[in-house]
Ligand binder design. Structure first.
Ligand SMILES: Nc1ncnc2c1ncn2[C@@H]1O[C@H](COP(=O)(O)OP(=O)(O)OP(=O)(O)O)[C@@H](O)[C@H]1O
Length: 776
């Protein structure tokens, strides 16, 4: 009697066909991204891609009826995610030579005898998304999957460890970061998810043990059914044995379910947390930050980098761990079954794996080039199309088309090279893989004939080799994915850890208002600029103000005038404390108190501004109005609209206040938008109202309506508005005439003239007088 736990070497059967190499998997759905696929990743699309569960959805019957899940999701995701790095809002993604996808496209299942081993090797038999082995190619067990390497890395190339710094500041802040520190910080981010992650790791050991025992059982079952002299342990019948195995597999499946669920849950939780935290950090940054970081880039950090980081901590870590377990267990089992065969396999595996890695890198480089070229094309197309009016107005359509075609042709040439290289790779890889199998069968078959190994053990061995092969591939991708995670995390940390130079989120500082204890009382709106010297942080060498002195009395209506580019808007930015004056560069005083001592939020709530080009949000007129004052009553709204000379046109809309204004207010005319913006500013009941007069955006009719609103505000002395300080950045003579005082900005970064319109026009050869005459 031979127990199935002993290594049976007495087996004298020939190989028969029991090599286990002919298992077929069912067809697998592939998500293909080819070079012509332009994926436009907008915020919500990323959300959709990321949110959608494209993983664990592919069932392929494996050897003993196991359901095998596959995950293409990673590839798609990282492709899109990678493409989004550095703020491309859309990009073309190029799928590197994935024979699967081609077949899937043609509606065929890819399986053929040439890649049966590969299929086995590439199965993620634990139902866990295995981003690494999905393209194991035909070389089967020995393949380090370059497609995945290339595919994933190429498409997510921009997510590599060296993150694309958006600014010198970011580079400065992040460059000293050691990778060990980066690791620690990365893991620290997931602190709140540790419990879920540890639970998942526990379940991973259970499910991996079951999976890794499967080939062993399979071999034994083969031996039991082919050799009647082998008995089943515990005196079980064949049927009972199947029952026991089914129960074990059920436990494995349950553990697997738990693991996948916990990992995904941890990942999703982490993403959600990171996004909210990051958004908060972005919102509280100062203007300098927004000047050096493009919006697209920030959005990409919010959507893409958070995802990469979360995946690398949750899914990737779990995949990596599973690969380690599989490699260790698989190799041990192989050595246990036949050290000789293990050595033979290793001898074949190493050169083929080396070849795969080298060739994979070559393809990867090609793909990176394509990717870069595609990024360029997309950016150009996007810019031209979004400014199609300019293109058509200058009649440049033909030239644009030619230049686009040139760029596309270049991408095609690269794609052609890549196609050839990939063909060569898969052909070669398949061939060498199959040669390995042939060698294995040759050596193994001889060993069976010599009674060195049983058919069952040989089959088990083959399966273990497949597992080890695919897990080795998994390990290699684990490292690259982790590096991506670290790269992306540094992009998050830059924002999370950047201390805004002007922090308005704190409760610090003096507050206006009668309802605050120790408050300053009502803001009177007395504004003084004293010896102000200022240059923008992004352009430190160009001084905007050298010695600016302004004294705006409470409740006065003043105008700021001056030639273009002389700093009118800068005064407003400084007043709103978008930028700080450096020490020694003068002072801005509000009711006699240094602006820096005031609570920023509180101060800003005392000020309302109607910008030159008002921005409305894509919602209703009502919501836009309520943005400045969420508690305003219907009456308040109507009053504000009337003051802004907007009531009549709003009431003519069928939906009145509930009319949608379109993105950035496009469905309103310029003048209407401006009047809504005036009403919005008035609703805030500010102590200081700033009106930035439009220079030329409006036709004369709309301008009149807007002007009427502004004039009535400036001259209004009704009780509610009487004590508002109103500062107008004025261009038009009528506005200037109505102002109590005009501050004229001169050539040398200061005020050259101050006075009423009439006073200033009296000055012979005066700066203001000259300025006004040049307007006409
Ligand atoms: N964010 C910025 N970073 C660097 N320089 C800036 C920035 N904003 C404005 N400047 C520069 O500061 C100077 C003053 O600009 P500002 O916008 O205050 O002029 P302005 O008087 O309002 O002009 P206009 O009447 O044309 O609107 C200009 O030379 C401008 O180029």
């Amino acid at each position: 009697m031979i127990s199935w736990f002993t290594k049976s070497k007495k087996n004298n059967q020939n190989l028969g066909g029991a090599g286990g190499a002919n298992y077929q998997t069912g067809s697998r759905r592939k998500i293909e991204l080819n070079s012509s696929t332009i994926i436009n990743i907008r915020d919500e699309q990323v959300q959709r891609i990321v949110g959608e569960d494209k993983g664990e959805d592919e069932l392929a019957p494996l050897i003993s009826g196991f359901k095998v899940f596959r995950n293409e999701y990673n590839q798609l995701e990282s492709a899109k995610l990678g493409a989004q790095r550095r703020g491309y809002s859309s990009v073309a993604t190029n799928n590197v030579a994935d024979p699967d996808s081609v077949d899937a496209k043609n509606g065929k299942s890819r399986k053929s005898s040439e890649d049966t081993m590969a299929t086995m090797a590439s199965q993620d038999s634990e139902g866990m998304p295995n981003s690494t082995n999905k393209d194991a190619g035909a070389a089967g067990v020995t393949t380090t999957p370059p497609t995945t390497e290339a595919g994933t890395t190429s498409t997510s190339k921009k997510a590599e460890p060296k993150p694309g710094y958006s600014s010198d500041e970011e580079k400065e802040l992040m460059k000293g970061l050691k990778s060990s520190t980066a690791w620690k910080r990365l893991l620290k981010l997931a602190k709140k998810e540790y419990r879920l992650l540890f639970g998942a790791v526990g379940l991973l050991f259970v499910s991996s043990s079951v999976t890794m025992s499967m080939p062993f059982f399979m071999g034994k079952v083969i031996d039991v059914v082919t050799k009647p002299e082998i008995t089943i342990p515990f005196g079980l019948t064949l049927n009972e044995m199947f029952g026991v195995l089914a129960s074990i597999f059920t436990v494995g499946a349950a553990a697997n379910f738990g693991r996948v669920y916990l990992i995904r849950l941890a990942g999703e939780k982490l993403i959600a947390r990171l996004r909210s935290k990051l958004y908060q950090s972005i919102l509280k940054q100062d203007m300098t930050f927004f000047e050096i970081n493009r919006t697209g880039d920030l959005v990409s950090r919010l959507t893409v980098d958070t995802t990469i980081v979360s995946k690398s901590i949750s899914q990737n870590l779990s995949d990596g761990l599973r690969s380690v377990v599989s490699v260790t267990a698989g190799l041990s089992m192989m050595l246990y079954m036949s050290p000789k065969l293990t050595m033979v396999m290793m001898l074949a595996v190493i050169p083929v794996a080396g070849y795969a890695v080298i060739y994979g890198r070559f393809i990867k480089r090609l793909t990176q080039k394509t990717q870069e070229a595609m990024g360029g094309i997309t950016k150009e197309a996007e810019e031209r199309l979004s400014n199609i009016r300019v293109v058509q107005a200058f009649g440049r359509e033909a030239e644009e088309a030619v230049s686009f075609k040139k760029a596309v042709d270049y991408v095609y040439q690269l794609g052609k090279k890549e196609a050839f290289a990939s063909g060569l790779f898969y052909g070669g890889n398949g061939f060498t893989g199959n040669m390995c199998i042939l060698m294995f069968l040759g050596v193994g078959g001889k060993m069976v004939l010599n009674n060195e190994i049983s058919i069952g053990d040989l089959s088990s061995f083959l399966l273990y080799t497949a597992f080890v092969g695919s897990s080795l591939a998994g390990l290699s991708s684990f490292f690259s994915e982790t590096m991506k995670g670290i790269g992306a995390s540094s992009r998050l940390f830059y924002v999370l850890e950047r201390n805004p130079k002007i922090d308005f989120n704190t409760d610090k500082g003096l507050k206006f208002g009668t309802d605050t204890p120790n408050g300053l009382g009502e803001c009177k709106g007395h504004i003084e600029f004293k010896n102000v010297k200022f240059s923008y942080p992004s352009r430190p060498d160009s001084l905007v103000f050298d010695n600016l002195n302004i004294d705006i009395k409470p409740g006065s209506r003043v105008a700021i005038a001056g030639p273009s580019g002389r700093g009118k808007s800068t005064i407003i930015s400084l007043l709103l404390r978008m930028y700080d004056l450096e020490n020694g560069n003068g002072q801005i005083l509000i009711d006699g108190i240094d602006l820096k001592q005031l609570n920023l939020n509180n101060w800003r709530s005392q000020v309302a501004i109607v910008p030159q080009e008002p921005v409305l949000f894509a919602t209703t007129i009502r919501n836009n109005l309520l943005y400045s004052s969420p508690n305003a009553t219907e009456q308040d709204l109507e009053h504000a609209l009337a003051q802004a000379n907007a009531a009549s046109f709003v009431s003519k809309f069928p939906k009145g206040l509930d009319t949608f204004v379109g993105e950035r207010g496009v469905s309103l005319s310029g003048g209407q938008k401006q009047r809504i913006a005036i009403a919005r500013a008035l609703l805030a009941k500010p102590s200081v109202l700033i009106l930035d007069e439009a220079t030329s955006a409006l036709d004369s009719q709309s301008e009149k309506s807007v002007q009427k609103a502004l004039d009535s505000l400036i001259t209004s002395h009704d009780s509610a508005d009487a004590n508002k300080t109103i500062i107008t950045i004025a261009h038009r003579a009528t506005t200037l005439q109505k102002s109590d005082l005009i501050f004229v900005l001169g050539e040398d970064g200061g005020i050259v003239e101050i006075g009423s319109y009439d006073d200033l026009m009296q000055i012979e050869n005066g700066f203001f007088k000259t300025l006004m005459s040049s307007h006409h």
